[in-house]
Design a protein around this ligand. Structure first.
Ligand SMILES: [Mg+2]
Length: 245
């Protein structure tokens, strides 16, 4: 394991295609998924970066596209729901379908959250999640329930920061980045992906395969990224500094 990763070079506005995770990368993690603070300055900066990159900026998030649009991200390219759906800036959409069995999982997750204090249920267009940040003592049971449901329905279990999520198998952030990279205006450019979570490792691996590089956000750990920034603040500064160059 690499003990040290340097900070990334500034964005190359003629050559780079920029892929950005959202929670924990652009905005601080919150106790509740709807509790994040998305400042006007961040929204303006992302749109300015997208313009400078001729549209080659995409958010790559576990959240669904509609939620991110609601945060002021409409008009940007977005891969949502851990790569299960994407939309380009010109409105082109991927094919998406809610996987069979998800309604059963949704009901069971919802019932678990109702009967366990501090556990939050999150319904997603293409998946379902339990958040236990407010009561980590239920974490193990949340994970066990998710794993049971994944076995019965053939879902993928996604582990996150004090949350567990079920989604369709066979998609991840790397697959979404690869899909988007095949399309204009991203095609032929060098992908750079910033992310903080274990779910972002598939993205780091994909951008490396495509000749680009990954940037880990947070403390050092085993990672496929080549660069690192320590926190959300330093990401915002790096983006802002690149924009002023
Ligand atoms: Mg994240």
């Amino acid at each position: 394991m690499t003990q040290h990763l340097p900070p990334p070079p500034p964005i190359d506005f003629s050559g780079d295609a920029l892929f950005l995770d959202f929670d924990g990368t652009l905005v601080e993690l919150a106790d509740r998924p709807d509790g994040v603070v998305v400042g006007e300055q961040l929204i303006a900066m992302l749109h300015a970066l997208s313009d400078r990159l001729d549209g080659r900026l995409a958010l790559v998030s576990g959240r669904d596209i509609a939620t991110l649009d609601g945060f002021g991200m409409d008009g940007l390219a977005i891969a949502g729901s851990h790569g299960a759906e994407w939309r380009l800036a010109d409105g082109t959409m991927s094919e998406t379908a809610r996987p069979p069995g998800m309604d059963d999982a949704r009901r069971q997750f919802e019932r678990f959250a109702e009967t366990h204090d501090g556990v939050l249920f999150e319904d997603k267009p293409l998946g379902a999640a339990l958040h236990y940040r407010l009561s980590p003592e239920w974490g193990e049971e949340c994970v066990a329930l998710a794993e049971n449901l994944a076995r019965s329905h053939g879902f993928h279990v996604q582990h996150g920061h004090e949350m567990v999520e079920l989604r369709r198998a066979g998609v991840d952030k790397g697959v979404a980045i690869s899909d988007i990279l095949e399309r204009a205006p991203f095609a032929g450019h060098r992908p750079v992906f910033l992310g903080d979570d274990v779910t972002d490792e598939a993205g780091f691996e994909q951008v490396t395969r495509s000749g680009g590089h990954g940037v880990l956000i947070g403390t050092m750990r085993a990672t496929a990224a080549n660069f690192r920034l320590p926190d959300v603040n330093s990401v915002n500064e790096w983006l802002d500094r690149s924009l002023r160059n």
